[in-house]
Ligand binder design. Structure first.
Ligand code: CP
Length: 306
C-alpha cells in the first residue's frame, strides 16, 4: 500500500506484516541497535494541525531511528495562521520533496484530501472524529505481545465512542484480525449506526459491569469534554459511577485481562489512578510500542514492501 489513511486500508495479511515488522523493530531496539540506515536520504514531514504529545513525538522518533530527515510542521506559528489552505501547504511540502507526510487534522477526511495533492505517502495521525490507524496498530501490537494472539480475543472499548477516532480504527483493525469487539458506553455516546457503519461484527452494550467478566482486554477512552453538549453528557459523577474503571470493577475482569488507554487520560473520570498505574495497565507500554509500530509503517510504506 502507498498510504495509511484508514485502518480499512489494511487487509489481514498487510496488518499482520506491520505487526511482525514492529516486533522486529522492538527486538532490534532491545539489542541496543538504536538506528537503522533504511530511510537515509528520505524526508518525512510531520504536519500537525492539532495538539499531540504521544503521536507527534513517536513519529519523530520512529523516522529518526530509520535515519530519515524529519521536518516538524505545526500549524501554530506557520502561515496557516495567515489563512493558508491545506492544499497550498501541501503543495509547499511537495515542492520540498516530502517522501511521506504524517498528518493530524481536526477535519475528518483531511488525509484523503492531502493524498490527492502530494506524490508521497500520506499517513493519518488522527483526523477529527474519524480515524487514528497507527493508534489501532500499536494497540493491536500491545494486545498480541501481552496475550499472544488477536484471533478470538474479546475486547471491550468503553466510553465516548461517539467522538473517538481511536475506537473507529480499533473496530476496523481488530475485527479484520479476528478479535471480537464490544462497544460499551451510555446510549448518548454510542452512534446508533456504528456497528453497521464500521463492522457488523462489533457488538454494543450499555452495561459495563455485565461485560467485564468475559473480556480479555478493556480499552478505556478519554471522555472528550471539549466536544460535548449537555445532551450527550449530563454529569461527570454519574458517568464515572456507571462507566469509570475503578479497582472494584477491574476485579470483575478475568485474571489475565489487560487494561488499556490511548492517552491522554482524565484520571478520576474514565479511569482511576489506581487502575491506570496497576500491573494490569499497559498504558506506558502502549506509548513505547507506538515507536516500533510507526517505524514499521514508515519502513513498509517507504520501502515499498507492504
Ligand atoms: N493517543 C494519542 O493520539 O495521543 P496524542 O494526542 O498525545 O498524540
Amino acid at each position: 500500500i502507498k498510504h495509511l489513511r484508514s485502518a480499512a486500508d489494511l487487509d489481514a495479511a498487510t496488518a499482520t506484516l506491520i505487526l511482525d515488522t514492529a516486533g522486529e523493530m522492538a527486538a532490534l531496539a532491545g539489542r541496543e541497535v538504536k538506528k537503522l540506515p533504511t530511510l537515509r536520504g528520505r524526508t518525512v514531514v510531520n504536519l500537525f494541525y492539532e495538539d499531540s504529545t504521544r503521536t507527534r513525538i513517536s513519529f519523530e522518533a520512529a523516522a529518526k531511528r530509520l535515519s530519515a530527515d524529519v521536518i516538524n510542521f505545526s500549524a501554530k506559528g506557520s502561515s496557516v495562521s495567515k489563512g493558508e489552505s491545506l492544499k497550498d501547504t501541501a503543495l509547499t511540502l511537495q515542492a520540498m520533496g516530502a517522501d511521506a507526510v504524517v498528518i493530524r487534522h481536526s477535519a475528518s477526511g483531511a488525509p484523503h484530501r492531502l493524498a490527492a495533492w502530494v506524490d508521497g505517502s500520506v499517513i493519518n495521525a488522527g483526523d477529527g472524529t474519524h480515524e487514528h490507524p497507527t493508534q489501532a496498530l500499536l494497540d493491536a501490537y500491545t494486545m498480541r505481545s501481552r496475550l499472544g494472539r488477536l484471533d478470538g480475543l474479546q475486547v471491550a472499548i468503553v466510553g465516548d465512542i461517539l467522538h473517538s477516532r481511536v475506537a473507529r480504527s480499533n473496530v476496523l483493525l481488530l475485527t479484520t484480525l479476528g478479535a471480537h469487539v464490544t462497544l460499551v458506553g451510555p446510549p448518548t455516546l454510542i452512534p446508533v449506526d456504528i456497528s453497521a457503519a464500521l463492522s457488523p461484527k462489533a457488538k454494543v452494550s450499555y452495561d459495563l459491569d455485565s461485560v467485564l467478566p468475559d473480556m480479555d482486554v478493556v480499552m478505556m477512552l478519554r471522555v472528550q469534554t471539549e466536544r460535548m453538549q449537555d445532551s450527550y453528557f449530563p454529569s461527570a459523577r454519574e458517568y464515572s459511577r456507571r462507566y469509570g474503571l475503578d479497582l472494584a470493577r477491574m476485579r470483575k475482569l478475568p485474571e489475565h485481562a489487560i487494561v488499556m488507554h490511548p492517552g491522554p487520560m482524565n484520571r478520576g473520570m474514565e479511569i482511576t489512578p489506581e487502575v491506570a498505574d496497576s500491573s494490569r495497565s499497559t498504558i506506558v507500554e502502549q506509548v513505547a510500542n507506538g515507536v516500533s509500530a510507526r517505524m514499521a509503517v514508515l519502513y513498509l510504506l517507504l520501502g515499498g514492501k507492504a
